[in-house]
Design a protein around this ligand. Sequence first.
Ligand code: CA
Length: 225
Amino acid sequence: MPKHILIVEDELKIANLLENYFQASHYQTTIIDEGTQVIDWVRHHEPALILLDLMLPGKDGIDICHEIRQFSNVPIIMITARVEEIDRIIGLEIGADDYICKPFSPREVVARAKVIFRRLDPLLNNEQIQKLPLFLDEETYIANFNQTQLDLTPVEFRLLIILHNMPGKVFSREQLMNALYEDHRIVTDRTIDSHIRNLRKKLHHAGCTDEIIHSVYGVGYKYEL
Ligand code: CA
């Protein structure tokens, strides 16, 4: 059974875009473009996730979120048009699971939804997934931390992907060099070290205060939360 995503959005262009991306990832979708119908629908359909626009005709997203929380823990991703609104709605503690600001990349919305599903999956339950809003898109080479783009060079991006895809695995500098430079061009250990240094710096600037790329003395590096 595919998971059912409810998209509450009155701008149909955006709603359809989200629908296309979620359907392409094999989710079932329903669009509601008006606020007053949402509660009833949720009571009768139990969606796996709700994408909830803040400004809606009929009833706004904050009220809807409040009301849903009276009877359901369904994950809710709030969508707002302005980044300043995010602080305000977080302050209201309305019980949303995540927040996304327009304009967004629909691919990132799908990725965020998957993070929430992973978090809820008892087999993969790892609270730290939630703590680290790192988003890597291997097709576009876009890396975001907390919605801040990291502006990585292609080499830094590949380095991060290699480490990130096998959390906890220790890679030697030589392994990283071989993985990064398929043409076996001559690079030194120091090249890897300086890429790692830059990566850490960029992550830090984007607000990632936890060390996620760890040095393993005498061996190399690993990615770990
Ligand atoms: Ca709207």
